[in-house]
Design a protein around this ligand. Structure first.
Ligand code: FES
Ligand code: FES
Length: 151
């Protein structure tokens, strides 16, 4: 089947198998290096993308469901991620290329969902850590950086 969708603001038209995963379409056909496959079962967050403004696990999204959607990957976040990257840097939260893109996407989705001027509660911010796992560096600096987004 052919599907059409928008990727980081650019129209796409791709020939796919309806059950292809969005991870392989985005990474292999569309060159989005930020979209990683790790667990492939929706647990780790390494493949997180925005679909119609909401965060989604690309490893659970099939091609047939991508048709007509607006997809944003970490490559397309631009200035939307600036404040988050600043907090990560200021708090020494050095994340790798495997977890960082999904983490940025999840935080952008969460922060942009908050009504204008409202600050998120600690608990809400920490939900991101449940869906975006880090296997190597620990969570102390990361938690500090994320909580700094509420102030
Ligand atoms: S690869 Fe998709 S959630 Fe882990
Ligand atoms: S820093 Fe990326 S998985 Fe730990």
């Amino acid at each position: 089947m052919r599907i059409s969708f928008t990727l980081n603001g650019e129209p796409q038209n791709r020939q796919v198998n309806p059950f292809d995963k969005a991870t392989s379409i985005l990474a292999e056909q569309c060159g989005q290096e930020s979209v990683k496959t790790s667990c492939a079962i929706g647990r780790c967050g390494a493949c997180t993308i925005l679909v119609d403004g909401k965060s989604a696990n690309a490893c659970l999204l099939i091609a047939a469901k991508m048709d007509g959607t607006d997809v944003v990957t970490a490559e397309g976040l631009g200035a939307r991620a600036d404040a988050i990257i600043d907090r990560l840097r200021q708090n020494g939260a050095i994340q790798c290329g495997y977890c960082a893109p999904g983490l940025l996407i999840s935080l952008v989705a969460l922060l942009e969902r908050a009504p204008d001027g409202d600050k998120l509660e600690r608990q809400e911010l920490e939900t991101v850590l449940a869906g975006n796992l880090c296997r190597c560096s620990g969570y102390t600096a990361l938690r500090k950086a994320i909580l700094a987004l509420s102030s």
